[in-house]
Design a protein around this ligand. Structure first.
Ligand code: PLP
Length: 407
């Protein structure tokens, strides 16, 4: 496996040259959103500068050009996820919208009072709240598979919670606040052995390693463009064709129809049935560029390097007196959540920011995880392939400065 030339690759990201408070920016907030390479920025600005037009609606040159670029991106996503067909690739605003789509279209149509939806204890709010809304609407019940003190799914408990009433398992692949990589293939196999479909929240997983939805055999898979070096406002819902065919539209409007009259409306074929209104065309084009960028470097190469960073970061953070890591799963990705004794994470975040270090502090949209670990919040350093050991050292130095201040 070729080693990454990180210093060379860093040049692709204009934001990595930024200075904050006169200091070089150390950006360690990649689980919240990743920086965009110039290649992606150019793809978006090229669209606006040389051909912005609406898709699917015009016969004129620019509209056909925009439609081609838009559909090319769908083809890229299809290959990226190894979906069977582009009909299974729905463009959404992001992971959150993808999950809401499944809850409101699939869940509201096919689940009934007393049915159960099973999630895990480490879900992002976007894989909790859509199901709670659905439960309120139709009277189904949300069940939660617990985790241990390392932040690992208690697999036997998960299996025990699968009942004849379970209609869906919705689970995060890689936890954004703990870094845990769930045994998602095993989860899917287990659920399928009971004929229960599975939705995978892949928001953090797509930057971690290659995803093959056919090999996983998941029924739905959601991710966001901005977590994989692409634009905000664009995401994907992959769904198996047989499920998507059976589901009613999520929203009504232009593009999702075959014909409209006041008496009766018929719907467009997949995937357009789920893409009402003018889509985020520039963002779809940007996502295409982002995926191509990632593919050119190789997700495996990135993962191997990030593993090194994780090992280095874990060791050095654990050597700082008073630091406690939250999330120590055996299988984890390059996310380091921690608390420092005597310093509130928000204070820590503010102090390290003065040194140019951007980390996230808070509950990371996983309040139940904070409750489980009995902490109000954590500080989180989430590492991308463009981060370096030197940047981790700068973070650690900044933590020592915070400790001095709070002594
Ligand atoms: N799921 C996980 C695991 C996440 O990390 C995030 C974002 O942080 C989401 C879902 C929601 O993604 P978005 O806000 O892009 O819809």
């Amino acid at each position: 496996m070729p080693a990454l030339d990180v210093q060379k690759l860093r040049k692709d990201f204009p934001n990595l040259n930024l200075k904050v408070y006169g200091k070089p920016l150390v950006y360690l907030d990649n689980a919240a959103t990743t920086f965009k390479p110039q290649y992606v920025v150019d793809a978006i600005s090229n669209h606006y500068a040389h051909g912005a037009s609406n898709v699917h609606r015009g016969v004129h040159f620019l509209s056909e050009q925009a439609t081609k670029a838009y559909e090319d991106s769908r083809q890229t996503v299809k290959v990226f996820l190894n979906a069977k067909s582009t009909q299974e690739i729905i463009f959404t605003r992001g992971t959150t919208e993808s999950i809401n789509l499944v809850a409101q279209s699939f869940g509201r149509t096919f689940f009934k009072e007393g049915d159960e939806i099973l999630i895990s204890a480490m879900e992002h709010h976007s894989n909790i709240v859509p199901w709670q809304i659905l439960c309120q609407q139709i009277g189904c019940t949300l069940k939660v598979a617990p985790m241990n003190q390392k932040g690992e799914l208690l697999y036997e408990e998960f299996v025990r919670l699968l009942t004849p009433k379970t209609r869906l398992v919705a689970m995060v692949y890689v936890s954004n606040s703990l870094g845990t990589i769930n045994p998602i293939a095993r989860v899917i196999k287990e659920a399928h052995s009971r004929n229960i479909p599975v939705l995978v929240d892949g928001a953090q997983a797509v930057t971690h390693h290659p995803v093959d939805v056919q090999a996983l055999d998941c029924d739905f898979f959601a991710f966001s463009g901005h977590k994989i070096f692409g634009p905000t406002g664009i995401g994907v819902l992959y769904g198996k064709q047989q499920f998507l065919e059976s589901m009613p539209p999520y929203q009504g409007g232009g593009d999702m129809i075959a014909s409209v009259s006041f008496a009766k409306t018929t719907y467009n074929v997949l995937p357009y049935k789920f893409e009402a209104g003018t889509p985020a065309i520039a963002e779809v084009i940007g996502l295409n560029a982002a995926i191509k960028y990632v593919q050119a470097i190789g997700l495996e190469n990135m993962a191997a390097y990030k593993k090194e960073l994780l090992f280095y970061g874990t060791n050095i953070l654990c050597s700082v007196p008073g630091v406690r890591l939250i999330g120590t799963a055996r299988e984890k990705t390059s996310i380091l959540s921690f608390v420092v004794e005597g310093i509130h994470p928000h204070d820590l975040g503010t102090i390290v920011d003065e040194d140019g270090v951007a980390i996230r502090t808070g509950h990371h949209c996983t309040q139940p995880v904070m409750e489980f670990f009995k902490v109000p919040a954590t500080a989180r350093a989430s590492l991308a392939f463009y981060n370096t050991k030197e940047e981790i050292d700068i973070l650690v130095k900044a933590i020592y400065r915070a400790k001095e201040i709070f002594k």
